[in-house]
Design a protein. Structure first.
Length: 318
């Protein structure tokens, strides 16, 4: 039975990787078609696509009565986005240039939002009231992002409505739809397998979510690193990462708590280590990126090593 669950987990992981490719490829084509170059477009088109695995994990883990898996997934995915994803992007691109727009408008907001999952769980419970509050915070954040409506209008007016581009849009939509369906199926299988594996070994489901699901659900962002055109556009990579972290920490966790309130059984030391790694990662990235306006290839390796250390540290609490 255990071998079967591990096999299911591996199959689901492969399917999730394939689905991530389809979903992100379709979203990127739509992004290109609309000629959106601002954070608004990246946030809504790419950020949400990158956060889809976490959204599906939240829905299915709540449905199957294991919301703690999704909570751990959110913590692990946020750290993986900030270190592993950005570090690999810097490495494969030969250096990730940072747009000043992100420095002014989104970085510190994302820092604050990323700590909300830890803050709301300090009393050992993420209640429906906490969930509503998180959704309100997300709506406020999204509203601030879309206030600059001129970028959306410019993007819409720039779409060339020729037969060729309509066919392109339909193809991208079909590709994204298939990707969404595969994402839903693969994440459902991942949640079921994770519940069975963590139950068999009597490990803390939160840390299983942090260690394994957190890494698995960053596949859409990791897929971005394989696209050469994406790596030439730091706004795409940064928008996907920062948008995904913001959505995970507010909308995804809020939805999860409303569907199924979460009782947290988290070791205080483990929580402290998680918070420290997150803070160190943000400070280090801020220092590396905004002093030289670029994260070099070597600095990208440092970010990846931080994730490796985090991964190892969390194994202790399983």
């Amino acid at each position: 039975m255990l071998i079967l669950n591990i096999l299911f987990f591996v199959i689901a992981l492969v399917a999730l990787g394939f689905a991530s490719g389809l979903t992100m490829r379709g979203s990127l084509r739509l992004f290109t078609l609309m000629r959106v170059s601002d954070y608004v477009g990246v946030f809504f088109l790419i950020g949400f696509a990158a956060a889809l695995p976490e959204i599906f994990v939240a829905i299915f883990s709540a449905f199957f009565g294991a919301p703690v898996l999704s909570y751990g997934n959110i913590l692990g995915a946020n750290l993986a986005d900030l270190t592993l994803v950005l570090g690999l992007a810097a490495y494969f691109s030969g250096g990730l240039k940072i747009d000043n727009h992100f420095s002014r408008k989104t970085f510190w907001t994302t820092v604050v939002l990323s700590f909300l999952p830890i803050i709301v769980a300090l009393d050992g419970m993420v209640s429906r009231a906490d969930g509503i509050l998180l959704l309100v915070i997300f709506c406020m954040y999204a509203w601030i992002v879309i206030l600059d409506i001129k970028f959306i209008l410019k993007a819409i007016s720039a779409v060339p409505f020729s037969v060729f581009h309509v066919k392109d849009a339909i193809k991208s939509f079909k590709e994204s739809t298939v990707g969404h369906i595969l994402l839903a199926v693969s994440t459902a299988l991942l949640v079921i397998a994770s519940m069975n594996i963590s139950g068999f070994y009597s490990v803390n489901a939160i840390y299983f979510g942090i260690v394994f699901l957190g890494l698995a659900t960053t596949l859409p962002e990791l897929f971005l690193n394989t696209e050469a055109g994406v790596l030439r556009s730091s706004s795409l990579v940064m928008g996907a990462v920062l948008g995904s972290i913001a959505i995970n920490s507010t909308a995804v966790l809020g939805l999860l708590a409303i569907i199924s309130p979460i009782k947290i059984r988290l070791d205080p030391l483990g929580l402290l280590i998680n918070a420290c790694f997150l803070l160190v990662a943000f400070i280090l990235f801020r220092t590396l990126a905004y002093t030289g306006k670029k994260v070099s290839r070597e600095e990208g390796v440092v970010l990846v090593l931080i994730y490796v250390l985090f991964f190892i540290s969390q194994l202790y609490f399983l």
